[in-house]
Design a protein around this ligand. Structure first.
Ligand code: ARG
Length: 458
């Protein structure tokens, strides 16, 4: 029997009951709810709304339930409507009438809102920790490839030489921003403890949400408006948006790895630990894990769109539609966490084929900009130098040569400013090493960038 069913004359239809149930999804809020309920019971005692002995035994039993659950000795009754009803029923089983007092001055609406925020704060901490580990793994990998020269691309056309470390640092930046978004969200959620808001209009008991807030680790302030406190799900949308963004970053990385491990590129090879085979083609080694990462990103966008759509047009305050948000949020959390925790292993399983990367820089005129810069340094205006370098590329293409293969005499036919030092200027390694400016690909610049990222993610 549901906690609210006394004034109903007929039993709820079994189908409707099951449709309404959420315990299959929200049972994972069990510990978070117990912590919220404990804080509420403490406040009831402190404010004299309950006797201190009553409040004490509620607090003790709620803590006992936490321990039992952690020890695996508290069996969740999956026939209950939701985890919140289950907790009250279990508490009442254990304490009798006193158990029924836990819901004094509280509604399931502020109870759910609080459990969800506690859960989200825990998860955000977890995501911050895992993001730090992933970024650290990227930095460590980068340190091993400071002078691994590879083509940098724009429009997927070979553009200018960079290093694999420099490339990886781009991802370190993406994940650092993800990390800082998690931490911003943490502060916003922490400053909005909903207990006390009741169903939507607080209560007539002399409650003290500030006191409740102080009992709950992580929170910094209680809600300001009770209607908003029980209907606000911005944090879920923000979290999913942060997760969608992070997945998008992982998906881009995954896509490049898939492409680069193909026979067409062969820039990298994947260790067996992160590859799969084919059931029919004996030669195949596939990047299934990376492909799944790319695929799951679509799913996480779906989670975000679902919640945005659930919230759209909902009248204030609580509506049962809100129950649907949990499943979407949990799904996003689970899948992105799985992806994020795989990243360090993925990087470790990535073998970089330095020679193939270097060789790829030999075609595509990646040093054409450097050739123009050479003339600029000798006094030619950049636009004119760009023209000369472009003409040289045209000449090389016609004659099937690279810039390195032209003779000085050929160079000088295009400009008298060319001298023997042109070969140094267009040397691939020099092209990279000379870009020794903030944020650039030169090993020294990348080393400085690594230090800055390390500093930031602390
Ligand atoms: N399981 C419900 C949820 O998560 C609990 C809130 C019920 N409140 C209500 N007014 N029906 O949304």
């Amino acid at each position: 029997m549901a906690i609210w069913s006394n004034k109903f004359h007929e039993e709820m239809s079994q189908d409707a009951y099951q449709f309404n149930q959420s315990i299959q999804v929200d049972y994972r809020l069990l510990d978070a709810d117990l912590r919220g309920s404990k804080a509420h019971a403490q406040m009831l005692g402190h404010q004299g709304i309950l006797d201190l002995e009553e409040s004490d035994s509620l607090v003790k039993e709620l803590e006992q339930m936490r321990q039992d659950y952690a020890a695996g000795t508290l069996a969740v009754d999956f026939t209950t409507e939701d985890v919140h009803s289950f907790i009250e029923a279990e508490l009442t089983n254990r304490l009798g009438t006193i158990g029924k007092k836990v819901h004094t001055g509280r509604s399931r609406n502020d109870q759910v809102a609080t459990a969800m925020r506690i859960y989200v704060l825990d998860e955000l901490q977890d995501f911050i920790k895992h993001s730090q580990a992933a970024i650290e793994a990227i930095l460590t990998k980068a340190e091993g490839h400071l002078d691994t020269i590879m083509p940098g691309y724009t429009h997927l056309q070979r553009a200018q030489p960079i290093t694999y470390a420099h490339y990886l640092l781009a991802y370190a930046q993406m994940f650092s921003r993800d990390l800082s978004r998690f931490s911003d969200l943490y502060d916003r959620v922490a400053a909005d403890m909903p207990l006390g808001a009741g169903a939507l209009a607080t209560s007539t008991y002399p409650i003290d949400p500030f006191y409740t807030n102080d009992q709950l680790a992580g929170f910094t302030a209680p809600y300001i408006n009770s209607i908003d406190a029980v209907s606000n799900n911005d944090y879920a949308i923000e979290f999913l948006s942060d997760l969608a963004m992070m997945s998008m970053h992982m998906s881009r990385y995954a896509e490049e790895t898939i492409m680069w491990s193909s026979q067409e590129f062969r820039f990298i090879s994947l260790k067996d630990t992160f590859s799969t085979g084919s059931s029919i083609m004996p030669q195949k080694k596939n990047a299934d894990i990376h492909e799944l990462m790319r695929g799951k990103t679509g799913r996480v966008y779906g989670n975000l769109m679902s919640v945005l759509t659930i919230m759209k047009g909902l009248p204030l305050a609580y509506n049962k539609d809100l129950q649907e948000i949990k499943e979407q949020l949990f799904d996003g959390i689970d899948h992105v966490k799985a992806m994020l925790t795989l990243l360090p292993g993925m990087l470790e399983a990535t073998i970089v084929n330095k020679d193939v990367m270097y060789k790829a820089c030999g075609t595509g005129f990646l040093n054409a900009t450097d050739c123009a810069d050479y003339l600029t340094n000798k006094g030619m205006a950049f636009r004119d130098a760009y023209q000369v370098s472009g003409d040289l590329v045209g000449y090389c293409t016609e004659n099937r040569k690279s810039l390195e293969e032209l003779t000085l005499a050929e160079y000088q036919e295009f400009s008298a400013l060319f001298d023997a030092d042109i070969y140094d200027a267009i040397d691939l390694k020099n092209c990279v090493y000379r870009r020794n400016v903030t944020g650039g690909p030169a090993p020294e610049a990348v080393t400085a960038a690594i230090a800055r990222v390390r500093d930031i993610i602390k």
